[in-house]
Write a protein that binds this ligand. Structure first.
Ligand code: SF4
Ligand code: SF4
Length: 217
C-alpha cells in the first residue's frame, strides 16, 4: 500500500508561499520517492524552481518516512537551517505535511496533492483499493471492494452496463462486479450474490469529523 500523490501546479505552490521569502524543503523517502513526486530529485527540482522564482531556500532534507514520529528528530537535527526559514514546504503526502506541522513552529505548506491510498497493480500503474469506509463488505464480495472498484460504488450487483467485462463509465477499468462474480464463481460462493447488502451506514466513514480509536498499549 502506498499513498498516491501528485505535484501541485507550481503557480499554486508559489502563491501559497507568496508572503514568505526563506523556505525550507522537506521530501519523503518512502511513498513520494517511489512515485517520483517528492524524493531527492523532486526536492532539488523544487529548490531550483523556487530560487528561479526569487525565493531563498535555506536548506532541504528527505526524511526516510515523513509521516513517522521520527520526523520530530529530523526537524531537530536540521533546526539551524529551519530556524532561518520563514516557512516549510513539504514535498510529501498530507500525512507527512501534517506530521511536520505537529512538530514545527513555522508555517507548513504542501507541495503535493494527496489523491488516495493505493496499490501497484502492475509496474507504474496504481489503483485505489480501499477508501477506509469503516464497515468493510469484503466478506460478501470475494475480497474485491465495490465501493472503490465500481464507478457507481454499487453494493448489490452490477448496473448492467458492462461490456466485455469493462466498466461502462470507464472502459479502461474492469467492471468490479464482473471481477466479483468471477472470483465468487471460482471460489464456489456464487450464493453470496443472493444476499442483500443493506443500505450503507456511512456514519463510520470520514463524514462527521476525524475518526479516532484508542487501543490498549
Ligand atoms: S468496503 Fe470499505 S473498508 Fe472494505 S475495502 Fe471497501 S472501502 Fe475499504
Ligand atoms: S459497469 Fe460495473 S464497475 Fe462500471 S458502474 Fe457498472 S457495475 Fe460498476
Amino acid at each position: 500500500m502506498i499513498t498516491i500523490t501528485e505535484q501541485k501546479p507550481l503557480e499554486e505552490v508559489i502563491q501559497s508561499l507568496e508572503t514568505h521569502q526563506g523556505i525550507y524543503l522537506i521530501g519523503c523517502g518512502t511513498c513520494a520517492t517511489m512515485l517520483h513526486t517528492g524524493g531527492k530529485s523532486e526536492v532539488l527540482e523544487m529548490k531550483d524552481k523556487l530560487e528561479a522564482a526569487g525565493k531563498k531556500v535555506t536548506g532541504w532534507m528527505v526524511i526516510s518516512t515523513a509521516c513517522d514520529v521520527l520526523t520530530k528528530d529530523a526537524l531537530r537535527e536540521n533546526a539551524k537551517d529551519i530556524e532561518v526559514a520563514d516557512a516549510i514546504l513539504v514535498v510529501a503526502c498530507a500525512f507527512g505535511a501534517q506530521t511536520v506541522t505537529l512538530y514545527a513552529d513555522k508555517p507548513v505548506y504542501p507541495a503535493l496533492n494527496t489523491l488516495f491510498i493505493g496499490k501497484e497493480e502492475s509496474p507504474g500503474y496504481f489503483i485505489e483499493v480501499c477508501l477506509q469506509c469503516g464497515s468493510c463488505v469484503l466478506a460478501q464480495t470475494a475480497g474485491i471492494c465495490p465501493l472503490v472498484r465500481c464507478s457507481k460504488s454499487l453494493l448489490n450487483g452490477p448496473c448492467g452496463g458492462s461490456v466485455g467485462g469493462k466498466c461502462e463509465i470507464d472502459p479502461d477499468i474492469p467492471c468490479a462486479w464482473q471481477l466479483i462474480y468471477d472470483r465468487l464463481a471460482a471460489l464456489g460462493q456464487l450464493d453470496k450474490l443472493e444476499e442483500i447488502e443493506p443500505v450503507k451506514d456511512w456514519s463510520t466513514s470520514h463524514s462527521g469529523g476525524p475518526r479516532k480509536i484508542t487501543i490498549e498499549t
